[in-house]
Ligand binder design. Structure first.
Ligand code: GLA
Length: 392
């Protein structure tokens, strides 16, 4: 991550070199989810925070209806015409085209544009590089087309791009976090009403550390959609058994024992995770508000065990990093974060013990897996925005 004051001019220069004109610059952050995993698509609760690492999109209108995109990290130059029929490519361009087409479907006058993309959010690390791209791009197309969509609207456009065009049936957590992030705060999101409540993080003495295992997940090709199907099947079975529930969010913790008679394996464990994770997330928000960090940490640990054993979306590298962290001095809680099957863990640790934690994770992980994990502090940051380019 670089300072904004140096970052934006570099983005402008990158665009100019490629396309020869002056762009407007938009950016959106990645996110780390503190607790509430695999609950968003079950109408449940989540508690993500936007991080300091951002994706930048520099864009300028063209006179035709071609969208031409260059990705600095992927070193790819691609284009498509808005007037052509859409077909899924199974590639990175689906995100770009998906956002453009999802915006157009909502009445925004999406125009041809030259687009330059560069990102500080590591790809596939479970930190929502795709939501950051969708939001920065959404604001770019919306602004160039004179649209009036709000950040919340743009979050839903991003989710539509992901669901309908990329083919990942994700919930709205990542996009809402990238849209509405607030410095110093996590966001408590009710994924049924989509109400977003910023919760101040008491980060004077403690830090959130992100440990990227380097195991790259691709949700489109792994168990993410399978978990969604399992939740849907479980819900259908509950409804058939006479329960008046519209989503797993409406199932209470006290009902879980009785559900063992209705649901087969592994659905019973999938539901148990979702129901308890919702309860943990509500409890975690209470704990944060009261400054009860030890309670918050225990809930993080419980979340990890549940994702590992009941929901089965962890990975050996995540389990190792989390278990190692949990034994270190000053560590208050640790868990995998994001969709899983790889990606990152998040650790809550006393500020005084951060350095030791970095060293222990780097050493232990490297001994075990032969390569170093990516370690960074998570700083709660603001959501999508246009960057001033005056003087850039
Ligand atoms: C991915 C999805 C989110 C959410 C998480 C799991 O990040 O994009 O919508 O479902 O997985 O909590």
């Amino acid at each position: 991550m670089t300072d904004r004051a140096t970052r934006v001019p570099a983005v402008v220069a990158g665009f100019r070199e490629r396309f020869g004109t002056a762009p407007r610059v938009f950016s959106a952050p990645g996110r780390v989810n503190l607790i509430g995993e695999h609950t968003d698509y079950n109408d449940g609760f989540v508690l993500p925070m936007a991080i300091a690492e951002r994706t930048y999109v520099a864009a300028a209108p063209r006179s035709d209806d071609t969208v031409r995109v260059y990705s600095r990290e992927l070193k790819k130059d691609r284009s498509f015409k808005l007037s052509d029929a859409w077909a899924r490519r199974g590639k990175w361009l689906d995100y770009i085209e998906g956002v453009a087409r999802a915006l157009a479907a909502r009445g925004v006058n999406v125009r041809g544009a030259d687009v330059y993309v560069t990102s500080e959010v590591p790809l596939g690390a479970g930190l929502s590089s795709s939501a950051a791209l969708e939001l920065a791009l959404g604001l770019a197309f919306n602004t160039l087309g004179g649209g009036d969509l709000t950040p919340r609207d743009l979050a839903l456009v991003g989710r539509a791009a992901e669901n309908e065009f990329v083919g990942v049936r994700s919930g709205a957590m990542d996009q809402l976090a990238s849209a509405l992030g607030r410095e110093g705060h996590a966001l408590f999101i009710d994924c049924r009403s989509l109400e977003v409540t910023p919760v101040r993080l008491p980060l004077d003495d403690v830090r959130f550390v992100i440990c990227d295992t380097g195991v790259r997940h691709s949700h489109a090709s792994n168990g993410y959609n399978e978990r969604r199907d399992e939740c849907q099947r479980a819900l259908a079975l509950l409804q058939r058994a006479g329960r008046a529930v519209q989503s797993l969010r409406e199932v209470g913790v006290e009902e879980l024992d009785a559900l063992q008679r209705i649901l087969p394996e592994p659905l019973v464990r999938r539901v148990r995770h979702v129901v308890r994770e919702n309860a943990r997330t509500s409890a975690a928000v209470d704990a944060l508000k009261r400054g009860h960090l030890a309670a918050f940490g225990r809930l993080m640990n419980g979340s990890h065990a549940s994702l590992r054993d009941d929901y089965e979306v962890s990975a050996p590298e995540l389990d190792f990093a989390v278990a190692l962290a949990q034994r270190e001095p000053g560590v208050i809680g640790a868990r995998m974060t994001g969709g899983g099957f790889g990606g990152s863990a998040v650790v809550l640790v006393d500020g005084a013990d951060v350095e030791n934690l970095f060293e222990s994770l780097a050493r232990g992980f490297t001994e075990k897996f032969g390569r170093a994990p990516g370690l960074r502090l998570a700083m709660a940051s603001d959501g999508v925005r246009e960057e001033p380019t005056a003087g850039a």
